[in-house]
Write a protein that binds this ligand. Sequence first.
Ligand code: FES
Ligand code: FES
Length: 155
Amino acid sequence: MKLSFELNAKRVDVDVPERTTLADCIRHHLMQTGTHVGCEHGVCGACTVIVDGAAVRSCLMLAVQAEDARVTTVEGISDEHCLTPLQASFRKHHALQCGFCTPGMLTTAHALLTEEPDADRDRIRDVLSGNICRCTGYIPIVEAVYEARSSYTKK
Ligand code: FES
Ligand code: FES
């Protein structure tokens, strides 16, 4: 099935079987492999991308549902020349170890701070509670997101 949407600020056209998930479309057809796939059941949050401003689990969404949408992956919130303030904060706070959960943590945090740059630790914890990390114990992740708030501005 042919579909077209905006991926990381670029229009993309892709032809995928009807039942292809957005995660598989992004990774296998559009070769943006920053989005990770863990559970494939909507539980771990590793596959989180931003669709029209909202953090969504790309393993639970069909690619065809993204027709004409604005999809942003971890690549789209990165800078190829340097770390973004959010990424730098993750590094500073040792908020990643194996890194498998990190794309989902970054996209979830980015979606939150874009809407709520004054989110407090409880709010950050609440929003990130749907993202599983098997390595860090979460406290460094919450601290990293909290410190990165200053790089986001209120709308
Ligand atoms: S791979 Fe999508 S939530 Fe786990
Ligand atoms: S850093 Fe390993 S799963 Fe989170």
